[in-house]
Design a protein around this ligand. Structure first.
Ligand SMILES: Cc1ncc(COP(=O)(O)O)c(C=O)c1O
Length: 396
């Protein structure tokens, strides 16, 4: 089941993809003089930088690639520690592990994003960075996190993969710390099947990120420079076809987010009077993407019963977004002598056992959001879903 952008696929995406195919030129680099070169990747980078209000944007093959490229750009070294929340997608950890880093997990708070107080407790002389993850479209408490980073001289990589278009105090997420990573996979606000983006205001970081994403080359090359490369890179280049679709989707991002906000507001109002639930805290209520409506029950038992009645799951039973469900990552921690048993993050465990993600725009069983509404739901369907939720709560 997809994210909201996929529900709105239409003529714009089809025409853009067809245009590239008809010209027959799918590589991101080309000559301005060549009429078959449509520079979709360049245009996506330019429009995304403008959209975010950042100096630079770089297109990549995925959110995971964007995270890895960002970590490498920051110059983090094997053995360095990075503080990451205990509730996030597996790629937040695996990208660090592939960069040779040690992810150090921190508790989340009732916003289901990283708890700044716990970040401080996890800092050691080896800590070099923090990765706040704007989980489920909710911007992290960036003021507090930036203060901690400044105090301890740490880099900030914002994992914004679930929060494209979200803002914190008027600034787009991804642009507040040193560098930000986005995903364009099918579950995200906008999508091109797969794909990713990196944003930064720092020229040096952009150049490093660019080099790492393309065999060490300098940005926007037209040929191959010999004797002038200082970065060893890999290949995470986006193709013109992906960029054509991503660009058409990007132009719909604001409309998507405003529809979702409206639909969630309606759903929330209808269930707000239930005694025994609260909504998760939104760190910036005006900036949240509204891709989900997350409810926190007073008790785990009640949450489980309501989920059973609705045919969904509490967040702790959802897929690979909870540290304790990631057996391969837990195995890695054991191998490096830093075991994280189930129950190692009691605050996170407690919150997630009582939390239920109701879909609004992102319909994703892997997030525990297999039940709810979607971007195309009518008022009547929203009312029916709210009734169903209220009945499930009353009957249990
Ligand atoms: C928080 C977070 N980080 C990183 C990623 C990785 O993105 P991708 O699937 O595009 O590699 C995702 C994707 O689900 C995510 O939700």
């Amino acid at each position: 089941m997809p994210g909201p952008g996929a529900f709105l696929f239409g003529k714009e995406e089809a025409d853009a993809a067809m245009e590239v195919l008809q010209k027959g030129y799918l590589f991101r680099y080309g000559s301005e003089d060549d009429p078959s070169f449509l520079h979709k990747v360049y245009s996506l980078e330019k429009e995304f930088a403008d959209y975010c209000g950042s100096e630079y944007a770089l297109a990549t093959t995925s959110g995971t690639a964007s995270l890895l490229v960002s970590l490498k750009a920051l110059g983090l070294k094997p053995g360095d520690e990075i503080v990451v929340p205990a509730y996030t997608f597996v790629a937040s950890y695996s990208s660090c592990i592939f960069a040779g880093l040690v992810p150090v997990l921190a508790e989340i708070d009732d916003s289901l994003t990283i708890d700044p107080e716990d970040i401080e407790r996890r800092i050691t002389p080896l800590t070099k960075a923090i990765m706040p993850v704007h989980m489920l479209g909710n911007p992290c408490k960036m003021d507090e996190i930036m203060k901690i980073a400044k105090k301890h001289n740490l880099f900030i990589l914002e994992d914004s993969c679930q929060a494209l278009g979200a803002t914190y105090k008027g600034k787009k997420v991804g642009t507040i710390g040193n560098i930000g990573a986005f995903s364009l996979n099918i579950f995200k606000t906008i999508n091109s099947g797969d794909g990713g983006l990196v944003v930064t205001n720092d020229k040096q970081l952009y150049e490093k990120a660019f080099g790492f994403h393309d065999q060490g080359h300098k940005p926007l090359r037209t040929g191959v420079e010999v004797g002038d490369r200082d970065t060893i890179g890999l290949n995470f280049r986006m193709s013109e076809l992906t960029a054509a679709v991503a660009l058409a989707q990007l132009r719909k991002a604001d409309v998507i987010i405003s529809i979702l906000r409206e639909k969630r507001k309606k759903f929330k109002t209808l269930i707000a009077s239930i005694d025994g639930i609260k909504f998760r805290t939104l760190n910036d209520p005006d900036g949240d993407c509204a891709t989900l409506c997350t409810v926190i029950f007073d008790s785990a038992e009640k949450a489980l019963k309501v989920c059973k009645a609705l045919g969904t799951k509490t967040v702790n039973h959802s897929g690979w977004h909870v540290y304790s469900n990631m057996e391969h990552i837990l195995h890695h921690f054991k191998q490096i002598g830093r075991p994280h048993a189930k129950g190692a993050y009691p605050k996170t465990d407690d919150l997630l056992s009582r939390a239920v993600n109701i879909s609004v725009g992102v319909v994703d069983g892997g997030l525990g959001a297999g039940w709810g509404i979607n971007i195309l739901s009518s008022d009547k369907e929203i009312e029916n879903a709210a009734d169903q939720f209220i009945q499930a709560f009353k009957n249990e």
